[in-house]
Design a protein around this ligand. Structure first.
Ligand code: GDP
Ligand code: MG
Length: 163
């Protein structure tokens, strides 16, 4: 069985860009606005000889009856339940948000291996802006740039360490 890696995070942090990077595809829809990738989306990835499955999520689906937060939580729950490893994606450009805190709270009790990832960190490996992400209590953040392909290999090495 290939390990399943779920990409979880609030809208617009770069999950679909990371998905494309991990699967070397253009399959996921990358949008300049939040919430376009509405359904979970699966792709095949490979690191050396190791193969894995990546699950992208839309983050949330605006819905007037259930509300944004509820839908986001549902998407996140479904993706997490299927996953062996969760890559929790945040965004150094916008900084830590309340939604990040909500997702972190959920992930802490979900009993999955979680890798905290700070995206859009091109040229910012040593930036003090990364420090606040320690507040999430999910270990050392992995700075990456999904768009520029930085930090992806070491992230995947860490994600697949147990497989
Ligand atoms: P999603 O909603 O989490 O799936 O985010 P997307 O992958 O659709 O990306 C949202 C926006 O962030 C798009 O404009 C991307 O081009 C941009 N983006 C994604 N990754 C990076 C990155 O590493 N650096 C920068 N500067 N922008 C990025
Ligand atoms: Mg997306």
């Amino acid at each position: 069985m290939k390990p399943v890696i779920a990409l979880v995070g609030r809208p617009n942090v770069g999950k679909s860009t990371l998905f494309n990077r991990m699967t070397k595809s253009r399959d996921a829809i990358v949008a300049d606005y939040a919430g376009l990738t509405r359904d979970r989306h699966y792709g095949d990835g490979r690191l050396g000889q190791r193969e894995f499955i990546v699950v992208d999520t839309g983050g949330f689906e605006p819905d007037s009856t259930t509300g944004i937060v509820k839908e986001m939580a549902k998407q996140t729950r479904q993706a997490v339940a299927e996953a062996d490893v969760v890559i929790f994606v945040t965004d150094v450009r916008t900084g830590l948000s309340g939604q990040d805190q909500d997702i972190a709270r959920y992930l802490r009790q979900a009993n999955k291996r979680v890798l905290l990832t700070v995206n859009k960190a091109e040229g910012m490996v040593d930036s003090p802006l990364l420090a606040e992400f320690h507040e999430l209590g999910m270990g050392e953040p992995h700075p990456i740039s999904a768009a520029h392909g930085q930090g992806i290999r070491s992230l995947l090495e860490a994600a697949l360490a147990d497989f």
